[in-house]
Design a protein around this ligand. Sequence first.
Ligand code: G16
Length: 555
Amino acid sequence: MSVNLRTVYAFAREMYPKKVNENINYGTAGFRGEAKKLEYVMYRMGLLATLRSRIKNGQVIGVMITASHNPEPDNGVKLVDPMGEMLEPKWEKIATELVNVSDNELESKVASIIKELNIDIGTHCNVYVGMDNRYHSPILLKAVADGVIALKGNVKEFGIITTPMMHYFVVCANTKGSYGIPTEEGYYKKIIGAFESIRGNQLENGNYKNRLMFDGANGVGARKMIQFLKRMNGSLNCEIFNKGEGKINENCGADFVKVQQKVPNGMPEGIEANVRCVSVDGDADRVVYFFTDSNGKFQLLDGDRIATLVANYLMSLVKKCGLKLKMGLVQTAYANGASTDYIVNELKVPVSCVSTGVKHLHHKALEYDIGIYFEANGHGTVVFSDEAKEMIKSISELSQNPEQKNAANNFIDVINLINETVGDAISDMLLVETILHSKGWDVREWFDTYTDLPNKLLKIKVQDRNVIVTADAERICVKPEGLQDEIDKITSNYKRGRSFVRPSGTEDVVRVYAEAATKSDVDQLAYEVSQVVYKMAGGTGAEPTPPETIYNSHI
Ligand code: G16
């Protein structure tokens, strides 16, 4: 096949000219920003995906158009590598360079990538493209597809899907179907089949009631949850809210619920006590639970809670199977200190802390036979080594002990229920439901496993967020000089005080996290740290406001 690189420039000039001068970076999960500025970025990511596929011998690369938890005017792009991982870090750099060259330099940049990486441009390549339900996603999807076509790649469009569905399709295609069938029906069938096989006909158990309220963030998660329920024959009693009536993520969804620590808009006022509620984000790769307790107080169960529940359950399955498997849990600095204490002291599972971004967590989790990773924001999953899967399978086939055999069969279903390719809000939710059902627990029993330290997450607008440089899995701020000393001084005044700052990789803000022994302490700690960040990192706009006026939400 002959590829004329001149086409690359022709498409750019005629259809996707770069009209902005500022440079942008591949962030925590790809490029993200105002949708109206992204067409040239998408076109170039289409080009990049073909090069990536070619260097991977024609394996499928995924391109997902979404701005996930960001507000509706934003959009973005996430690239998916052949085994479902996020794009390899070395290629993030290439992607950044490709996006920032001028239209005139584009053709020669593509030529130099091909030359430097010795890519055989005449070979076949395959790119999958999908999008969330933002109104500007179709235009951006077309730009990606044109990028693929410009370099004579094969493009397959999946239309509106969740991000985890895209990861699943890519892995299924690249494993020749051994992970599953790379279609929407194949995805539903695998997950629902496993869920219903474990649950059987007994829909309730002990204190577990089959009733759930689902906040779809007005995003694609709501649409797909409707599809799940249509195929589930009543095995899950789930009422869906925020199905698309309002703006995506606006005062609803997993990020809103986690950060604001309150019930999202669009759900009924005065939800009955102890009813499980769940929120997913705009592209359904994050999930958090919440409920209103019998005192009318909002209570959150975030990614840390899901991780600990899952670890506890999988440990018991490993034990019942009589196996010895290396299990580890991966968190980020955002993990609540109480959750880490519980993992270390009660569960006795090794825990590691890595930088924000599922790409870092996923990578670390692969070091274990069973690697559980969750960000506090609800983004996470479990990965199993091939050896672990083989061991479980052979117990299921060979064991003469009915209890052990049963546990192994159950384990296989649980593995099939989990979308190992990336954090998947719906699959994670069905896993939580499965665990609570098997334990016969209501949400309160889950909540009572440990007590979270009060915590607060704030955003500070600064002139240039990259003036903040961090180290040690983002727990230490090394620039601007002296900022960490100030944070240390402030933190030392608070019992169980901990705080860190980092530039966001998805929004133009600096994030401030704080936790402390009491709610009033954490409010004050977060405020004081925000103040020094504002002063030392070039804050813009209104200064941080003292707690009495801004923090009237509850923890
Ligand atoms: C993305 C990443 C997550 C990360 C989040 C926030 O989530 O996939 O791993 O935690 O951004 O990142 P930051 O604090 O750098 O803005 P999503 O759901 O928006 O794709």
